[in-house]
Design a protein around this ligand. Structure first.
Ligand code: ATP
Ligand code: MG
Length: 351
């Protein structure tokens, strides 16, 4: 069993907006071991990106403990967090976040410059990363000269170039067509096979089904954490009947909020590193057409909370505010870039 590289203990995140509070995470706990490949799934607004931001030290929790690579982050300064992030984590995002004025190879070299790696060493390392994503031939192109899938491969090369222990990807296939998404998933599988821990946030059931461990989040809480037999991502030909076979159920279950009493701990069906809370029967990973594979079962007989309906419609002012906040929240991945490059990107100026 590998070492624990990501540990979340009862992590909460509350966003304050004037008088209102948005409870984006309501006490999330799990461990991820070195070499695992994990999907974080859930509907829009359930807290997936917030959870990812915690793992990537892009944001601090309101409560609870986040340990990355065995290091508690709570008391770290911003600078220490930036160093931990740069050395340990590579980020991949739906919108790639490549710097348009830089060439492909310059984009990939950026995190190395931030690590103060000698200029002469940066180029071979970047070339090696581009080799892994089969893009050496495009190294002098600029991002606008690439397809979406190629841009995402550059972003993956940029994440890989520092040889991080962990790669975090937030909706990495979200902007891609099915075939390109399949290629990106195949690439992630290759990277994972070489020992890199990968955590992918997705609401695409095909992506979730293709990953061995799947943590389901709903309304800021974990409602299921399962080990499953992955169903390879096969683009448009995904067959709902090929629902992943659940290998292990959550081992720890408890009712939440007004649901007394706490339910008993379940016996382990398979050893898992995770402590999981189930608040209702997990939604099927894919549409439940399959008669062959039974859906996940509730793990306890205590009353189970029915999850609330989708968030109420926002006023337009709230919507604008939320959208601005979301945009702001999308920016922190730029934190892994050197200040000059970040400023150039934000200002839209050439570096
Ligand atoms: N910076 C912020 N300020 C205020 N509220 C926020 C902020 N970021 C996220 N939220 C709120 O926290 C909740 C969880 O948001 P989050 O972005 O983590 O959801 P998500 O699961 O990633 O959704 P999606 O699939 O749409 O990306 C949402 O209700 C969202 O409005
Ligand atoms: Mg998100």
């Amino acid at each position: 069993m590998g070492a624990t590289v990501i540990s979340m203990k009862d992590v909460t995140r509350v966003y304050k907006m004037g008088d209102t509070e948005e409870h984006a995470l309501r006490g999330i706990s799990f461990n991820i071991t070195q070499g695992e490949f994990v999907a974080i799934m859930g509907p829009s607004g359930s807290g997936k990106s917030t959870c990812m931001n915690m793992i990537g030290c892009l944001d601090r929790p309101t409560g609870g403990i986040v340990e990355i690579d065995g290091k508690p982050t709570e008391k770290m300064s911003e600078k220490e967090l930036a160093v931990l992030r740069n050395k340990t984590v590579g980020f991949v995002f739906q919108q790639y976040h490549l710097i348009p004025s830089l060439t492909v190879v310059e984009n990939v070299m950026l995190p190395l410059r931030y690590q103060k790696i000698e200029k002469s060493e940066r180029l071979p390392l970047a070339e090696a990363a581009l080799e892994k994503v089969a893009l050496v031939g495009k190294m002098n192109y600029r991002p606008h000269e690439l397809s979406g899938g190629q841009k995402q491969r550059v972003a993956i090369a940029r994440a890989l170039v520092t040889r991080p222990k962990i790669i975090l990807a937030d909706e990495p296939t979200g902007a891609l067509d099915s075939e390109t998404g399949r290629q990106i998933m195949a690439l992630f599988n290759e990277i994972n096979a070489s020992g890199t821990t990968i955590v992918i946030v997705t609401h695409d059931p095909r992506v979730g089904a293709a990953i061995r461990r799947c943590i389901h989040i709903f309304d800021g809480q974990i409602k299921a954490d399962v080990m499953q037999t992955p169903v390879p991502f096969s683009g448009d030909s995904f067959d709902p009947a090929e629902k992943p076979h659940i290998l292990a159920q959550p081992q720890h279950v408890r009712a939440v909020q007004a649901q007394p009493p706490r339910a008993p701990v379940q016996p382990h069906q398979q050893p898992m590193q995770t402590r999981t809370q189930v608040v209702q029967q997990p939604a099927p990973v894919v549409p439940s057409k399959s008669a062959q594979v039974p859906p996940l079962q509730p793990m306890q007989t205590a009353p189970v909370q029915v999850c609330p309906p989708a968030a109420p419609a926002q006023s337009s002012a709230q919507a604008v505010q939320a959208s601005a906040q979301t945009a702001q929240k999308q920016m922190p991945d730029l934190g892994s870039l050197p200040p000059a490059a970040r400023n150039a990107y934000l200002n839209g100026t050439i570096k």
